[in-house]
Design a protein around this ligand. Structure first.
Ligand SMILES: Cc1cc2nc3c(=O)[nH]c(=O)nc-3n(C[C@H](O)[C@H](O)[C@H](O)COP(=O)(O)OP(=O)(O)OC[C@H]3O[C@@H](n4cnc5c(N)ncnc54)[C@H](O)[C@@H]3O)c2cc1C
Length: 294
């Protein structure tokens, strides 16, 4: 099928983009990598009078260090996030999660901003952004605002972005302490969306006890979720005292899985808990190895 007819605009500045979004309101949609929007238009699952192509807006591309962490502009391709050394060094969880997004052809076009604005609960980046307390930078003709990840994902495919707003960048804080990170997911085939997944970061204080824990989950609720019960259970433990399998099972209580044609709610809950345990074990083992000089 072909998309319904639409007007096409290709502005070159953020100011022009938000001007068009304000002018057309609900009838306009930003076009980023097109990896979600174009199939939906082609299948006529949705239609818009006007598409605002972001691909010529130079200021929407690039990764930059910021306040010890990083700022990733919205149109930065997932493939560039995957290979960027600053991302790998400062936000390892983002680096570990990216190869799980579709196939490399999709990552070559797909953007970090598109993935986050799309707010698919089975997507990798929203769960990482939530786990790491990322921040969305948003622009409109009224000015700019910042929204923390905890307030950004409102429900399935629904975010805090209004129709006339543009996601300009996402910021991630760095962890300046000994820390271990791990990501894993289960999908029916390599490249498919995850049925369930987990992203974990664990940080230690100067005495070797866990004083920072971030556990994000995907595919197990209407939005990405945080396993706050697991995070609380980890706090204050020495690395060797944390039983990842036992603590991982606590994640089931933080999930709100919904069954669909791909997997039942019970399957998602059990797979998600197992994955949380698995990534916890990996992050803890990374910390033990570092402590032992390996
Ligand atoms: C076969 C296949 C497999 C895939 N597997 C995965 C997967 O495993 N995990 C995963 O996360 N994704 C997967 N995707 C989706 C892919 O990652 C998309 O790239 C992503 O969902 C959207 O990014 P995009 O840049 O292509 O955005 P687009 O498709 O262009 O846009 C998506 C939505 O976000 C809005 N939008 C985009 N950018 C902005 C912005 N800056 N401000 C405001 N709104 C904006 C658009 O208006 C649209 O509503 C898959 C896609 C395909 C085709």
């Amino acid at each position: 099928m072909k998309p319904a007819p639409f007007e096409y605009h290709a502005p070159e500045t953020v100011a022009d983009v938000v001007g068009l979004l304000a002018e057309y309101g609900d009838d306009a949609k930003p076009l980023a990598g097109g990896q979600s929007l174009v199939p939906m238009l082609a299948m006529r699952l949705t239609r818009f009078e006007c598409l605002v192509d972001l691909n010529r807006v130079d200021e929407l591309f690039g990764v930059a260090p910021r306040d010890g962490g990083i700022r990733i502009a919205a149109m930065t391709r997932q493939a560039d996030v995957e290979t960027d050394p600053v991302v790998a060094e400062r936000v390892p969880l983002l680096h570990l999660a990216t190869p799980h997004i579709g196939h490399f052809q999709i990552r070559n076009r797909g953007t970090i901003g598109g993935s986050i604005a799309h707010a698919d609960p089975a997507s990798e980046y929203p769960a990482v952004m939530l786990a790491l307390d990322g921040t969305a930078e948003i622009a409109s003709v009224s000015g700019t605002r910042e929204v923390p990840a905890a307030e950004f994902f409102e429900s399935t495919f629904m975010s805090a972005l209004a129709a006339d707003e543009l996601l300009v960048a996402v910021r991630f804080p760095a962890w300046d302490q000994p820390a271990g990170f791990a990501f894993d997911e289960i999908a029916r085939r390599s490249g498919d969306f995850a049925l369930a997944g987990a992203a974990v970061g664990i940080g230690l204080d100067s005495t070797g006890r866990i004083d920072r824990a971030a556990v994000g989950m995907l595919g197990v609720g209407p939005t990405p979720l945080r396993a706050s019960t697991v995070e609380s259970a980890l706090m204050g433990l020495a690395v060797g005292d944390a039983d990842p399998v036992e603590i991982g099972h606590l994640a089931a209580g933080d999930m709100e899985p919904v069954g669909d044609v791909h997997a039942g709610a019970d399957y998602r809950r059990r797979a998600g808990s197992t994955l949380v345990g698995r990534v916890l074990a990996r992050a803890l083992s990374q910390l033990s190895q570092e402590a032992n000089g390996g």
